[in-house]
Design a protein around this ligand. Structure first.
Ligand code: ZN
Length: 245
C-alpha cells in the first residue's frame, strides 16, 4: 500500500473502537482529512504528543481499498503548540477555533489560507497577543477566506461611509446606516467597524486596537451569529467563554 503524507495541524480527535482515535487534520492545502490513529487512545499511545490539539506535523498514512478512512502509520512533530494551547486562559478560545474550522470549512475546500491563518494565530498567541482579540481576528478572516465577510465600511443601501453607527442586516449581507435602517437588529458602532476594517491591513501579531468590553461583545456576537447563520450550526464551545456571553 502506498504511503501518503501531509503537512497538517490536528484540529480534533475522538475515541473510536475503544483503542483507536479518529483524528481531524487541517492539511496545508488539501482540505480537512479524517484518519484513524490505531492504538492512540490507550494509556501509552504510540503517537505520543503528535495528536495533541493544534500540533503541527508531517503525517504519513495509507489507505486500504475496503476502508473509507485512511490509517495513520507514523508522523513527526513540526511544531508543538501544546504549552500555548493548553494554558487555562487560552484553551477555550482554541476549542472554539477548532470547532469553527471543523464545522464551517466545506469539504474539499482549499485550506492553504486557513492553514496560514491558524499558524499566525498560534504564533501570535505564543508571543503573548491576547486571545480575546485573536479570536475576533480569526473569525473575520475565516469569513473573508470563504468569501462571506460583508462590507462594514459603508451602508449596503446608500453607500454612505464613516457612519457613527451601523446595523447589521438580518441576512448578514451588509450593514445599513441610520437613515436606511428598517428595524435591523445588531448595532455596530464606529470603533467596532474600525476594528474589522483594520484587520484587512494587519497581521495577527500586530493587534494593538482594543475595544470597550461592551463593544467587544457586540463585535463578537455579530461574527458568531454570522458564522452560525451561514454554517447552519451553533458554536457549543463559546458558552465556556464567560467574557463573551
Ligand atoms: Zn444608508
Amino acid at each position: 500500500m502506498p504511503l501518503e503524507s501531509a503537512e497538517a495541524i490536528v484540529i480534533g480527535s475522538y475515541v473510536f473502537n475503544e483503542q483507536d482515535k479518529i483524528v481531524h487534520l487541517l492539511t496545508s492545502c488539501n482540505g480537512i482529512q479524517k484518519i484513524v490513529a490505531p492504538g492512540s487512545s490507550k494509556g501509552k499511545n504510540r503517537f505520543g504528543s503528535l495528536l495533541e490539539l493544534f500540533t503541527e506535523g508531517e503525517f504519513f498514512f495509507y489507505r486500504k481499498e475496503d476502508r473509507e478512512l485512511a490509517t495513520l502509520s507514523k508522523g513527526d512533530i513540526i511544531t508543538s503548540y501544546f504549552e500555548t494551547v493548553s494554558e487555562p486562559g487560552r484553551i477555550f478560545y482554541f476549542y472554539l477555533i477548532a470547532e469553527i474550522v471543523m464545522k464551517f470549512v466545506p469539504p474539499n475546500f482549499n485550506t492553504e489560507r486557513i492553514y496560514k491563518l491558524i499558524k499566525s494565530v498560534l504564533n501570535s498567541s505564543r508571543k503573548g497577543t491576547e486571545m480575546k482579540y485573536l479570536i475576533l481576528y480569526f473569525m473575520v478572516w475565516i469569513l473573508r477566506i470563504e468569501g462571506m465577510m460583508f462590507e462594514t465600511g459603508k451602508c449596503h443601501k446608500c453607500n454612505s461611509q464613516h457612519n457613527m453607527k451601523v446595523w447589521v442586516m438580518p441576512d448578514f449581507r451588509g450593514v445599513v446606516c441610520e437613515k436606511c435602517r428598517n428595524g435591523e437588529g445588531l448595532l455596530l458602532e464606529k470603533t467596532g467597524v474600525e476594528f474589522i476594517e483594520w484587520t484587512k491591513r494587519k497581521s495577527a501579531s500586530e493587534i494593538f486596537k482594543t475595544l470597550s468590553s461592551e463593544e467587544y461583545r457586540k463585535v463578537f456576537r455579530i461574527l458568531k451569529n454570522k458564522i452560525e447563520y451561514h454554517g447552519e450550526f451553533s458554536m457549543n464551545s463559546s458558552r465556556y467563554l464567560v467574557d463573551l456571553n
